[in-house]
Design a protein around this ligand. Structure first.
Ligand code: NAP
Ligand code: ZN
Length: 353
């Protein structure tokens, strides 16, 4: 066991403060990573503030962070895929049981014994729960470490590890989007990646936003059209016209408005995870045989495929790079949807403390 610097919260109402946390020494299959950048996902905020207490209660102290980019500093004796000096990434998972049908199918996110990067019981017994990427270094089983393209801006690559795969996966799963009308609801960390991917796959992309000041950006990011969702007239005109809608909203909202935007056999997939249940109108689904689905990140194989796709198409997240000392301010801005479009923490700032 060794100690590494981190930023943690002590309770759901505490601010982040500097801390020291334990990490395991690299075992045979482990990769030790010196963290360079870590994105701030809204799930980090939901967890730090225990907003998902009914489903996944938070154990404190809590160190979030699952959009990790770093450089390998050490590898275990049985590691075959990585060596010291390699650029790598770690997303939302650090382990699973490797044998269940979900794991066999490369869908480790649905393994009932998967270990999430933070706030999961620590199988190695170093701490009560796993600690995430708001820290100097992390030790991860090589099967959960991703190869990172060297040609991309690393601060903007970090968010691909969650926001990227969470939007790429359902968009790919939906099928051939060429010429199809696709709605992206909410232009935040996930939403802006959804726009980039939907556009890259040839869709006619429409963004729904509550923030009029994001309109120009949405077009620059790849949207063909932007609808201000508070404008009833604009919304009415879109009814019944979409093939697929990706809903990334982090808070309670009326999903029926968006179900009504779907055409026959259209699908709306939820990736946003508000803490309160959404009310769904049966009639909105029945008429037009529409469907409502959910999607959770993506498997490791698909995450690598997404990173390779991004390398080939020069896709990264639009980030505002911050030092870790600004994290409390960043969280306040995230709640207000005031980030364009992901905070990425430069971990050199933690080293310097
Ligand atoms: P984010 O950056 O805060 O973006 C969410 C966006 O939703 C905001 O920018 C805002 O966009 C819109 N929004 C926020 N509050 C709203 C409200 N009350 N009514 C309508 N729109 C609202 O968050 P994120 O990191 O993209 O995460 C989004 C959600 O996905 C979170 O709940 C997160 O936990 C969840 N998530 C799920 C997965 C998964 O695997 N399914 C993975 C990662 C994250 P506009 O300003 O454009 O309106
Ligand atoms: Zn996330």
């Amino acid at each position: 066991m060794y100690q590494t610097k981190a930023y943690s919260v002590a309770s759901s109402t505490s601010p982040f403060t500097a801390a020291t946390i334990p990490r395991r020494e690299t075992t045979e299959r482990d990769v030790q990573i010196e963290i360079l950048f870590c994105g701030i996902c809204h799930s980090d905020l939901h967890t730090a503030r225990d907003e998902w207490s009914s489903v996944m209660p938070t154990v404190y102290p809590c160190v979030p962070g699952h959009e990790i980019i770093g450089r390998v500093s050490k590898v275990g004796t049985a590691v075959t895929q990585f060596k010291a000096g390699d650029l790598v990434g770690v997303g939302c998972m650090v382990d699973s049981d490797h044998v269940c049908p979900a794991c066999q199918d490369h869908q480790e996110q649905f393994c009932t014994d998967s270990t999430f990067t933070y706030n999961s019981p620590d199988k190695h017994g170093i701490a009560p729960v796993t600690y995430g990427g708001y820290s100097e270094s992390i030790v991860v089983d090589e099967r959960f470490v991703l190869r990172v393209p060297a040609n991309l801006d690393l601060a903007g690559v970090a968010p691909l590890l969650c926001a990227g795969i969470t939007t790429y996966s359902p968009i790919r799963r939906w099928g051939d989007l060429k010429g199809k009308k696709v709605g992206i609801v909410g232009l935040g960390g996930l939403g802006h990646m959804g726009v980039k991917f939907a556009r890259a796959f040839g869709a006619q992309v429409v963004v729904f936003t509550t923030s009029p000041d994001k309109k120009e950006d949405a077009l620059r990011l790849g949207a063909h059209e932007v609808i201000i969702s508070t404008n009833a007239e604009e919304m009415k005109r879109q009814a019944g016209t979409f093939n697929f809608i990706l809903d990334t909203i982090a808070a309670e909202h009326n999903i029926n408005v968006y179900i009504n935007m779907l055409g026959r056999d259209g699908n709306i997939t939820l990736v946003g995870a508000p803490d309160t249940p959404l009310k769904v109108s049966a009639f909105a689904l029945l008429f037009g045989r529409k469907s409502l689905s959910g999607s959770l990140i993506g498997g490791i194989k698909e995450t690598q495929e997404m990173l390779d796709f991004c390398a080939e198409h020069n896709i990264t997240s639009d980030v505002e790079v911050i030092p870790i000392q600004k994290i409390n301010e960043a969280y306040e801005r995230l709640v207000k949807s005031d980030v364009k479009y992901r905070f990425s923490i430069d971990m050199a700032s933690l080293k310097a403390e």
